[in-house]
Design a protein around this ligand. Structure first.
Ligand code: ADP
Length: 239
């Protein structure tokens, strides 16, 4: 379904002097074939997120939220359509080029934490910084302090509590000051208080100028967002 012209921002140009959209996805299609069955996971999804925006992707299970995030991150290649991250094409690029864009410009938070168990929290952040090159490294001590994790820097992931693990996942995602933060159900396993804490951190990340896109079932996430994109059966139902 294509959005009405008044709200279809896919072709819009950045305002003079602005940095332009951080995420642009145009008419994404993604099909999966399993045996004889074909699943239409994305059927023409167009999404744009500006720097500083916190946007929730909502919709029932199976509506395509994770597939959309994977395509935006360049972890999955759509069958049709295009993705640009901070003006750089992600689709139609080599795996290596996509990985480079991801490492430099995109932070990712998944429900299952993105930490290596045999490295301490500080070492996990350092590894991601190393992989991202020297371009936009956060000051590690300041980053961990901003997330209330200074005292846990030398701890291994298995020793972190649920709330600490969520904040640690954010620390890794923010290690290189990404312009784009993609989070898939980042509060899925959290109690209400910890969820509110993580939402506060996502909000602060947007206020620092990142485009933040969060896929979630949670009403609290939707309520905290600047706007919502609702996916139904792989189509944008409303935005
Ligand atoms: P959501 O995140 O909203 O739960 P997903 O993006 O995970 O939705 O899935 C969208 C649809 O695509 C679902 O029907 C799902 O079963 C299907 N799907 C997702 N990944 C694969 C895959 N690797 N192989 C086959 N089907 C898949």
């Amino acid at each position: 379904m294509s959005a009405p012209p008044s709200i279809d921002r896919s072709e819009s140009q950045p305002l003079p002097g602005s940095r332009g959209p951080a995420i642009v996805a145009r008419s994404l299609h993604r099909f999966y074939r399993t045996g004889d069955a074909e699943t239409l996971a994305l059927q023409g999804v167009t999404v744009q997120v500006d720097p500083g925006e916190l946007v929730a992707v909502v919709g029932p299970s199976g509506s395509g939220k994770s597939t959309l995030l994977a395509c935006l991150a360049g972890l999955d290649e759509p069958d049709a359509g295009s993705v640009e991250i901070v003006g750089k094409p992600v689709t139609g690029r080599s795996e290596q080029a996509r990985a480079r864009i991801r490492a430099r410009h995109v932070g990712m938070v998944f429900q299952s934490a993105n930490l290596f168990e045999h490295l301490t929290l500080d070492q996990n952040v350092a590894l991601v910084q190393h992989l991202g090159g020297a371009v936009n490294r956060s000051d590690r001590a300041a980053l961990l302090e901003s997330l209330g994790l200074s005292h846990r820097a030398r701890v291994y992931p298995s020793r972190l509590s649920g709330g600490e693990s969520s904040r640690a996942a954010l620390a890794v995602a923010l290690a290189n000051q990404p312009e784009v933060l993609l989070a898939d159900e980042p509060t899925g396993e959290l109690d209400t208080a910890t969820e509110a804490e993580v939402l506060g951190l996502l909000r602060r990340t947007a206020e620092r100028g990142a485009a933040v896109l969060v896929a979630s079932h949670s009403g609290a996430v939707a309520a905290a967002a600047d706007r919502q994109i609702t996916l139904i059966d792989g189509r944008v139902e409303s935005s």
